[in-house]
Structure formats: C-alpha cells, structure tokens
Write a protein that binds this ligand. Structure first.
Ligand SMILES: Cc1ncc(COP(=O)(O)O)c(C=O)c1O
Length: 274
C-alpha cells in the first residue's frame, strides 16, 4: 500500500531566526494607543513600569519588519520546534472536500499549547533587564503554565492570579504551575486592593480575567523588580507567535500539494490561531 506523508517537520537549523512584525508593513497603521493620564499617544517609556523594556519597545515598533529571535530563546524553542505541520486526511474525507487541509500542531510544546512561544521571550527579556519577579493572570491555565515554565527556565519567581472558578475546577493546571515553582492565587484575592474591593462588595465573586489582570498589574506596580506579562491581545505577543506561520510557510514548501487551509491548533485548550 502506498503510504502518504502526514507530518512535515523542519530540521533545527531551519527554525526561524526572526519574528515578523506586521505593524511595520501596514499601510494604514493602527490608531495610536493613548496614555490614559495625558491622552497623548503612548510611548514605550510609558509602558516600562509594567512590561520589560524590550517588550514595551516591540509593542510600539512600527518600523522594523523583522525582529531577531534571541539565541537563548531559539535554543529553548528547539526543544519542541518545529512543531509538526499535519495533513488532515481524516477531516478532508469527512468533509468530502477536494481541498487539502493542514494544521499546525502546537500542542507538542512542553506545556501543551502555543502560549510558550511568547512566555519564553517575555521572561528572557525580563531576565536580561535584571527583573527578579514576573506576574500574570490565567483563566484555563494555559498561559499561567507557560509563564511558570519560562520563569523556572530563566530562574525568575512567578506569581499567577487564576480566575477563582477555574482555580477550583481545574486543579491539575494549578498543579502544573506549582510544579514549576509558581505561586498561584485564586482571583479575586485579598492580596491586592483590586481584589479586596471586589470581595468586600461581593464575597462569592467567582472571578474574571479582567479582575485577575487588575490584580497582576497591581502586584507588578507595587512590587520592586516585578513585571507584568500577557499571553494574548498585545502586538508583541502576536509578533512572537509569528514563528508558527513562518515555519508553516517553509513546511508547505516541503511538499508540492495545493495549499488551501492552514490552522494552528493547540489541542489542549482548543485555541485556534489562523
Ligand atoms: C489577556 C488574557 N489573559 C489570560 C487568558 C487566559 O489564558 P488561559 O486560558 O491560557 O489561562 C487569555 C485568553 O487567551 C487572555 O486573552
């Protein structure tokens, strides 16, 4: 029986050396973020109290299309990258489509999702800048686990606020974070002013990502040498995730089929990154 190749993997030396910063190539740039105090366009310096300096600069970088992946981060990427590009023959058959469907399987990372692609550089930059503590929020626990892993690898303390209802419903995710040495606190908590205010008004509050973000940002701003990190939404996070698409481009070149549809799938939390 003729067998069909299902997975396409790049050799280690083909793992991208640069991330792609799409902001540099946008003809119509995004509207500037405004400093809530001054209402003036935000500068990287405005973000320095919250994020690492390098993440702050990347956030607002509208000029450099290619940003070098630090060697130390690339070496850590190599433990799980390239992630496989997989031909979804079963899905094609189930759909009865002539299209060739592929997915990029990011679930092979040490913590089971793509979120580690940004946790590693964010914590690396903190370490480079002499930061000793990082903090963040998590919902399901994927991002918290990624940050905890990265913090362990770079020898930094991590404090994670986990939405209370998830903290109670997903004990295994909490255990993973704790195994990597992170301090995990159900949010809202009494450890911050934001948390205290909410619990005082509503003692049975089950938490939300917004509340957990408020607690983590407050901790970063009130703890010496502590920075906040974020696992989605922001431009520098998207920048780090371009490693997925850049690999996929090369993997598509490894075979001659027509390329129709590409999905990056993180199986554990079922996040889709198109
Ligand atoms: C800003 C922000 N923080 C935290 C999370 C929660 O991440 P997780 O479900 O991996 O814990 C998300 C979801 O992607 C998010 O957008």
């Amino acid at each position: 029986m003729a067998t069909k190749q299902k997975r396409f993997i790049l050799p280690e030396d083909e793992i991208p050396k640069y991330w792609y910063n799409i902001q540099a190539d946008m003809v119509n740039k995004p509207m500037p973020l405004l400093n809530p105090k001054t209402k003036q366009p935000l500068t990287a310096e405005d973000l320095f109290p919250i994020f690492s300096k390098e993440a702050s600069r990347q956030e607002l970088n509208m000029t450099d299309a290619w940003i070098e992946i630090p060697e130390e981060v690339r070496e850590l990427y190599k433990y799980y990258r390239s992630t496989p590009l997989v031909r979804a023959y079963g899905l094609e058959k189930a759909l009865g489509t002539p299209a060739h469907i592929y997915f990029k399987n990011e679930s092979v990372s040490p913590i089971g999702s793509h979120k580690i692609n940004s946790a590693l550089p964010q914590v690396y930059y903190c370490k480079q800048e002499g930061v000793t503590n990082v903090t963040t929020e998590t919902g399901a626990g994927q991002w918290g686990a990624a940050l905890s892993y990265a913090a362990k690898v770079f020898g930094i303390e991590a404090a994670v606020y986990q939405v209370k209802v998830s903290y109670e419903q997903k004990p295994y995710r909490k255990s993973i974070m704790q195994t990597f040495g992170a301090q995990v606190t159900p949010s809202p908590s009494m450890s911050t002013r934001a948390g205290k205010d909410i619990i005082t008004r509503d003692p049975n509050n089950q938490g939300s990502l917004g509340t957990a973000i408020s607690e983590a940002v407050e901790l970063a701003l009130t703890t010496p040498n502590c920075k906040y990190t974020l696992g989605s939404v922001l431009s520098h996070v998207s920048l780090h995730q371009t490693v997925i698409g850049l690999e996929a481009e090369k993997q598509m070149d490894m075979q001659e089929s027509i390329q129709i549809l590409l999905l990056a799938v993180s199986e554990v939390d079922q996040t889709l990154v198109v």
